[in-house]
Design a binder for this molecule. Structure first.
Ligand code: HEM
Length: 386
């Protein structure tokens, strides 16, 4: 229909401005109303504001607010599973538009009792057709027609092309925002991406949104592009919103830190670390002496080290090691001859091949410096009985 518009009527600059302004109004009403209010209860509006959002939200021509909220709540509840209405087949095109265009035979159960008892929601359900036609087409046609005589332009551009753009924006939030971008708060499919944020008019900080869905903000920082957040804050200052929900700062920081730690944990997994002392054999003095005749072993700080792979690399020279086979060189290593660096301690730890019987006395000697801040997942900590 929009292409037909370009053929029938040239785009006038006033109609072009109307298209953008009305697109902004429609997107803000849809995101504030359908998404943040009725799907997530992120703020408390006055009745006048709620009716306004219901009217301009209907201009998106995406069914009623309760229908959208039901599917959207199911999407959050069953994210990334087969019953998530936005991605049952995990196919890009289904996620993009199929979930909306195709009527689904099964929608996973979600609680919408608050919406069933909401008079504004019921009003929109009752009048959805007239509301959609008036807000989506009659209004822009009247503005462009009475304003500067461009009746067809009002219909094709501010009406039909704007509806197309709204549908694309919503589709991008379900496809691209679950595919491209960063995981700042959680590692499930939703992602944060500035470019998608602009395409979706502030809905592209999707990773944050899925972790803290009741937050009235899409982007948590005030300067992050999110016109709906700015609009709601202005409404709050003017008294049209009585309460705005925000995620607890402590929990936001915790979520961010756990993602940072996960990334560091992946780096850590690619590094070679010292063997766990419990996995090493316990060796007494006699056995140490006997083994030293067959391979180059030195005893340092309670551990037996096989230095064969390191002897030629030793910055202090081969002789310092080769001349001390089968000896306890703890004092020499800790300053008697040379006070070694943390790096030297770390290198030494990966050369461990045994624990000297009765030799390890201090935790500092067991854990090399490079491992003292090592990340351990709670599931990996050996269970202790209480
Ligand atoms: C497995 C055991 C050992 C490892 C992994 C090791 C590693 C290193 C490393 C990495 C350095 C470079 C400087 C530093 O990072 O501190 C170094 C320097 C040195 N090491 Fe060792 N070392 C070991 C045992 C010993 C022993 C037993 C002696 C003495 C008997 C010794 C004597 C020296 C000396 C004198 C230097 C200084 C070299 C210089 O700067 O000119 N090292 N060692």
């Amino acid at each position: 229909m929009t292409l037909l518009g370009f053929w029938i009527t040239p785009l006038q600059w006033k109609t072009f401005i109307l298209f953008f302004v009305y697109l902004g109004i429609n997107a803000t009403a849809f995101i504030a109303g359908y998404h943040r209010l009725w799907s997530h209860r992120a703020f408390n509006p006055t009745k006048s504001l709620e009716y306004t959002l219901a009217f301009f939200g209907a201009a998106t021509c995406m069914r009623t607010n309760i229908y959208y909220a039901r599917d959207h709540r199911a999407h959050h509840c069953y994210i990334d599973s087969e019953v998530d209405p936005c991605m049952p087949t995990h196919n890009f095109f289904w996620r993009h538009f199929g979930w909306f265009a195709v009527k689904q035979s099964y929608v996973a159960p979600v609680d919408v009792s608050d919406l069933l008892s909401n008079p504004v929601v019921q009003w929109q359900v009752k009048w959805i057709w007239p509301l959609s036609i008036i807000s989506s087409f009659v209004l822009p046609v009247l503005v462009a027609g009475l304003g500067w005589g461009d009746w067809w332009g009002g219909f094709f551009y501010a009406g039909s092309m704007r509806v197309n753009c709204m549908h694309y924006g919503t589709a991008f939030a379900n496809s691209l925002a679950h595919w491209l971008g960063d995981h700042h708060f959680d590692d499930r499919s939703p992602r944060d991406f500035l470019f998608i944020n602009i395409l979706t008019f502030g809905e592209g900080y999707h990773n944050f949104h899925h972790q803290f869905p009741m937050d009235y903000r899409g982007g948590i920082e005030w300067w992050q592009f999110d016109p709906t957040k700015w609009f709601l804050y202005a409404c709050y200052c003017l008294g049209f919103v009585t309460q705005l929900s925000r995620a607890l700062q402590n929990e936001v920081k915790k979520a961010e830190l756990s993602m940072e730690l996960k990334k560091l944990h992946n780096v850590q997994d690619r590094i070679k670390w010292a063997s766990d002392p419990e996995d090493l054999p316990v060796v007494d003095w006699e056995k140490f002496q006997e083994e030293s005749t067959t391979r180059p072993l030195v005893l340092i700080a309670g551990f037996i080290h096989d230095v064969s792979s390191f002897m030629d690399e030793h910055p202090g020279g081969r002789y310092m090691l080769a001349g001390n086979m089968g000896k306890d060189v703890t004092t020499s290593f800790f300053g008697g001859v040379y006070n070694h660096s943390n790096a030297a301690h770390n290198i030494m730890s990966i050369l461990r091949v045994g624990v000297f019987k009765g030799g390890v006395q201090h935790v500092d000697e067991i854990i090399p410096p490079g491992e003292q801040l090592r990340i351990v997942q709670t599931k990996d900590i050996k269970q202790t009985s209480f």
